[in-house]
Design a protein around this ligand. Structure first.
Ligand code: NAD
Length: 359
């Protein structure tokens, strides 16, 4: 069993990374967490505001492409575990501008691996763990009745985002097989929950319902995704860090397939109860031109992590959606800050160069 003592969480100011940091510090208050984040449009320090004063947490504003910075962090802070979330993550953005995706997701991952090899392996420091957070999108798309993706499924990425994540998975794998770095990889289904940037489907629909704006649905809305509450993703990563076998890949999912149109309808029904606006929210649904090369279906077979590591998601979809809606109702300042760009102004003013926010 591996027990991480000091974690470097890349992309910890993003959606899943920040949820992971909250989860980890709650479960392991005696460990240390250093967040490394470049604070791109998707990174938001307000996601970490409630732990700002926690002595177990520190923040470094920096880029994963800066290998020297990562080496220094690994060395000076005696970090034994990297949990690598940092990425360009939005498929639509990857269609319009793939370069940033290849740079951050492929070269950025390699930069971290090089630093880990140098500090952990070349200087003989063990034990250590490099956990790479990846996606089910590397497997491509499924026909309606095909079996869900297992870890043995062929990699067939269709979008520049998925292709960049697939490449990074292969490079991580190669650092285990070639150099003996203790790596693990998780490929997870779509996440939803608190701190989800309102460009993604579920928060976009919630926020637009709250604002009485149109609810855009790509094409016929029959695309199928497998959804997992973000804290259940964090639990899966926890299980892999503690008990996963190095060199292995684990799928994480909750056996929870939904069409986009059914999700939007479910959110509308819950919004009718929690935030009635007179007419049913479904009247706001608007079909828009489908995304280029849009995958029809993703579905994760999580048998391996469930059987081997005793993993089980805690949240059902209906209660998870209810909690998520409640979170957006309670945190209007957070999402309004994103919509009007005020949090970005604050970051630009306070983080014009690299500095550490000590707690
Ligand atoms: P996100 O876009 O919300 O957050 C990404 C974070 O990475 C941001 O804080 C951003 O500032 C930071 N970042 C980007 N480029 C950086 C760089 N060069 N250096 C340092 N930091 C940088 O993404 P997310 O949805 O939280 O996803 C996190 C990870 O999980 C990604 O690797 C993604 O591929 C993977 N994943 C996401 C989902 C999902 O449903 N969102 C599902 C499976 C896997």
């Amino acid at each position: 069993n591996f027990q991480p003592k000091h974690l470097l969480v890349t992309g910890g100011a993003g959606f899943i990374g920040s949820n992971f940091v909250h989860y980890w510090l709650q479960e392991y208050p005696d460990s240390q967490v250093t967040v490394l984040d470049a604070l791109t449009y998707a990174g938001n320090l307000q996601n970490l505001e409630t732990i700002q004063k926690n002595n177990a947490y520190s923040f470094v504003h920096g880029d994963i492409l800066d290998t020297a910075l990562v080496e220094k962090l690994l060395h000076d802070a005696c970090i034994d575990t990297i949990v690598h979330f940092a990425a360009e993550s939005h498929v639509d953005r990857s269609i319009h501008g793939p370069d940033a995706f290849l740079k951050t997701n492929i070269e950025g991952t390699h930069s971290l691996l090089k630093a880990a090899k140098k500090i952990w392996l070349d200087t003989g420091k063990t034990p250590h763990r490099f956990h790479h957070v990846s996606t089910d999108e590397v497997y491509g798309t499924l026909t309606p009745d095909a079996p869900a993706f297992t870890e043995q499924h062929q990699y067939l990425p269709n979008s520049p985002y998925a292709a960049s994540k697939a490449s990074s998975d292969h490079i991580v794998r190669s650092y285990h097989h070639t150099y003996g770095l203790n790596t693990t990889i998780s490929n997870c289904s779509n996440n939803y929950g608190p701190y989800h940037f309102p460009e993604k489907l579920i928060p976009l629909i919630i926020v637009n319902c709250l604002e009485g704006k149109p609810l855009p649905i790509y094409g016929d809305g029959k695309q199928i995704r497998d959804w997992l509450y973000v804290e259940d993703h964090c639990r899966g990563i926890e299980r892999i860090l503690l008990n996963g076998r190095v060199g292995e890949v684990y799928n994480i999912g909750g056996n929870n397939e939904w069409t986009n149109i059914d999700i939007v309808t479910l959110i509308c029904e819950q919004m009718d109860q929690h935030h009635p606006q007179g007419a049913p929210h479904t009247q706001l649904i608007t079909h828009v031109t489908d995304r280029l090369g849009h995958d029809r279906r993703y579905a994760i077979d999580a048998t391996k992590i469930m059987g081997e590591l005793g993993y089980k998601p805690a949240e059902s979809f209906k209660t998870g959606i209810r909690k998520t809606i409640q979170w957006y109702l309670d945190n209007e300042v957070w999402w309004r800050g994103i919509l009007d760009g005020s949090y970005k102004e604050w970051i630009d003013k306070n983080y014009s160069d690299k500095k550490t926010l000590s707690s």
